[in-house]
Design a protein. Sequence first.
Length: 402
Amino acid sequence: MYHLECIECHKKYRPSDVIYTCTCGGLLDIIYDYSNIHITKNDLKGPLSVWKYRALLPVGREPVSLKEGGTPLYRVDRLAKSMGLKDVYVKHEGMNPTGSFKDRGMTVGVTKALELGMKTVACASTGNTSASLAVYGARAGVPAVVLLPSGKVALGKLAQALMHGAKVLSIRGNFDDALKLVRDLCDKEGFYLLNSVNPYRLEGQKTIAFEIADQLGWKAPDRLVLPVGNAGNITAIYKGFREFKHLGIIDSIPKMTGIQAEGASPIVRAIKNEAAAITPEGKPETVATAIRIGNPVNAIKALAAIRGSGGTAETVSDEEIIHAQQELASLEGIGVEPASASSIAGLRKLVEAGVIGKDECVVCVTTGHLLKDSEHVLAVCPKPIEIDATIEAVRKAVFQND
Ligand code: F0G
């Protein structure tokens, strides 16, 4: 039904192989025998969910699931108008079971871990991946080990990893250091690596594209804008759109547009410099801790997605991210974490620069929920007004001009 294949040397591997990258070092892709997959729009009726697309997912056994996917696609007319656009949507991935898009990859990845008979699952994370792995590990009854950059993980994410019983290791180093370490740990101890270098994760995440196409009435938008960190999600969503096009379900692919924070932007630099590969950044820094990554493991695939779709990449400042987060929250009622708001900030910047046209149909993916990072919210929003418990004090405070 499918095999794994190196994107560099095209060496093939079997579904029963426990392997993350090719022996040549190249990233792996999962390739199906599409001539044996016959899916039509008619087969895809019914409520949205990751496992609705199981004909295009690489696992055979009963899934480890908490009902992930089926996230809302909101039309955001007020926000669109403020940018001079007409047709803008937000795909709010914060509405997944653990509050981020990672659940789509983890339901598939942890199910695959069971299929392969793996006894422990592990990852490095800026927070959301660890929360999701802890949850799906618990659901599967498999121990999880997570490596986090010390002091740089939003508290909501840390709380999830701790409460769901993962072994949580706080590394004195950044995400890139933690990823290197966990890859080594998995090789030495036989733990199953569930970072997005594992192609099974990306298979789950590609269902974001399937759902968007369905929610838009079997159409792809002109452009997809999303935050980029380790560069798995942009790769996964591109693959999803390509598969639907290949199967004749949609007839175009959106321009994949990746947004990074100014302080952590190796992909953007490679796109702007027309470089074949990225130059890693040693000291990534941004308020959007989820995408505080200097050496994205899926960079080669992400560059291909951006270039292959005629998309682009842009940076946004921390100020622009915070402004966009507040704007989306107050103008549209959609609460997202800082990394997710970078997609909105990037959209505004690219519209103002004339790169994104006013008539384009744009979908921004907001990857994580506001409550993931409430510490940040308290730091950037005005403090609650403390008053005496009297109606006079309440009225005074309500009508006071600030
Ligand atoms: N947005 C959020 C909220 C994230 O948590 C991440 C990645 C991204 C965007 C970027 O996605 O890595 O596929 O390009 N978070 C990872 C983690 C790195 O460990 O939770 P990407």
